[in-house]
Design a protein around this ligand. Structure first.
Ligand code: UDX
Length: 448
């Protein structure tokens, strides 16, 4: 069976990674972007952002002429069999979802389909509230092409679950494929395409209607965030109970097969481009339907609260923080990236500033520049761990970078004025650090 030709609208994390990975398995792919500066860059084999493993795959597929990038959506559609939509769905100021990119691109695709003879499948991969694929994309396709869905045009929705920093790996090794289909032909076409991609390593697949698939994405992220906020709530509770360690508690419950041990790491809360945006969008959308989600509200509130909590813990440890020099280790929302979107460090720094703490210095192995953009002059920026710790009176560890894990109690004692350390990500051996430093860790307290 011949591999279908693929076009992908959008060259962000999801679009470009999917395009490159498909091309590396012999699919001919045309990707499109509205960012003119990115076109030549990607066509020369360079990704416009850093993503582990992407550069190698991209260079190879550009060299082999398997992937090309253009701004011309219509040309891309006319020369391919399946089009994926992977454009951004940003959050508006009122927390609702901005569907303008999906709207524009689906009209372009519709115009191209007016000129096409053969069957063409359009698959939405952008996270969007239920109904968007059918009522916005589907409608635009019908209006602009003057054709019917189900006959000349197929329609599907396939949510993605890619983690930043692991998205190449995740595309090759997904836990499962979720396919939302307008009709059987659309679903079969999409499933067959992925069967040609995965061959004998085909992952579990679940086919359903389009709206259910759209909600799977939101429910998935909501559940992961619920696990994190649950762990954080128990961490805060555990800090009131002598000798209880929340890590052991989460390990204990994680061994129950009905629960599973992942995403139970307590700390300063979740960040990133998806979690906060998706939970806020679905909560807001539910509200418009007259549905008030108590769980989502609690999950988001608990997440905000972790930034306040770690500052409270610092005050418990050393008293008033005003006029003290505070160090922040880790600014990006997770290790392995310079992404500052919704980073917990921003919330912690805002909370410190709210309490009139002004002498703050931050250090991050990768995110100095993006942090300067996101946080501005609310803090100073160090170029090394040593510089960040120098003469500091309290260190808050916010991101679990490997290079922080290598630090010993002596490193803190050597550089800091007074070695007060709060481990916001539970990366240190509690007993060892507690013996040698004035130490606190999320979800653990020794009240002897
Ligand atoms: C996430 C989802 O994992 C992915 O499926 C979805 O498509 C996009 O959003 P990503 O934003 O890359 O991916 O980050 P992830 O690695 O999941 O971590 C998100 C945040 O949660 C980080 O700030 C991390 O520190 C935090 N986290 C994660 C915890 O605080 N505790 C945990 O146990 C796990």
């Amino acid at each position: 069976m011949d591999k279908p030709k693929i076009s992908i609208a959008g060259c962000g994390y999801v679009g470009l990674v999917t395009a490159s990975v498909l091309a590396s398995r012999g699919f001919n792919v045309i990707a499109t972007t509205i960012i003119e500066d990115h076109i030549d860059l990607i066509n020369s084999g360079q990704a416009p952002f850093y993503e582990e493993g992407l550069d190698d795959v991209l260079k190879q597929v550009i060299k082999e002429n398997k992937l090309m990038v253009t701004s011309d959506n219509q040309m891309a559609v006319l020369n391919t069999d399946i089009t994926f939509i992977s454009v951004g769905t940003p959050m508006r100021e009122d927390n609702s979802i901005d569907l303008s990119f999906i709207n524009t691109v689906s009209k372009e695709i519709g115009k191209a389909l007016a000129k096409k003879k053969d069957f063409h499948l359009v698959v939405n991969r952008s996270t969007a509230v239920p109904g968007t694929t059918r009522n916005l994309i589907g409608k635009n396709l019908i209006q602009k092409s003057s054709k019917q869905l189900g006959k000349a045009i197929g329609l599907g929705m396939q949510p993605e679950f890619l983690r930043e920093g692991s998205s190449v790996y995740d595309t090759f090794h997904p836990n499962r494929l979720i396919i939302g289909e307008f009709d059987k032909k659309s679903g079969d076409t999409l499933e067959n395409m992925w069967r040609l991609f995965y061959e004998d390593r085909f992952p579990p697949i679940e086919r359903m209607n389009i709206e259910s698939a759209e909600l799977v994405k939101y429910a998935n992220n909501s559940f992961l965030c619920t696990k994190i906020s649950f762990a954080n709530e128990f961490a805060n509770f555990a800090e009131l109970i002598p000798n209880v360690d929340v890590n052991d508690v989460m390990k204990g419950i994680g061994l129950d097969e009905r629960i599973n041990p992942k995403f139970f790491r307590a700390g300063v809360g979740f960040g990133g481009s998806c979690f906060h945006k998706d939970l806020s969008a679905i909560k807001k959308w539910a509200r418009n339907l007259g549905f008030n989600s108590k769980v989502l509200q609690a999950v988001l509130d608990l997440n905000e609260n972790q930034a306040i909590h770690i500052v409270d813990v610092a005050e418990e440890l050393i008293g008033n923080l005003i006029n003290k020099k505070i160090s922040i280790l880790g600014l990006s929302f997770k290790p392995g990236t310079d992404d500052m979107r919704e980073a917990p460090s921003i919330r912690v720094i805002n909370e410190l500033r709210k309490r009139n703490v002004t002498d703050i210095i931050g250090y991050d192995p990768k995110a100095k520049e993006s942090a300067e953009e996101a946080i501005g002059d609310k803090i100073k920026y160090a170029k090394s761990i040593e510089e960040a710790l120098k003469n500091s009176e309290c260190t808050l560890l916010i991101t679990d970078w490997d290079e922080f894990k290598e630090l010993t109690p002596d490193d803190y004692k050597k550089h800091m004025k007074t070695p007060n350390l709060i481990d916001g990500r539970r990366i240190y051996d509690y007993d060892k650090f507690n013996k040698e430093l004035n130490f606190r860790a999320m979800g653990r307290i020794n009240l002897e």
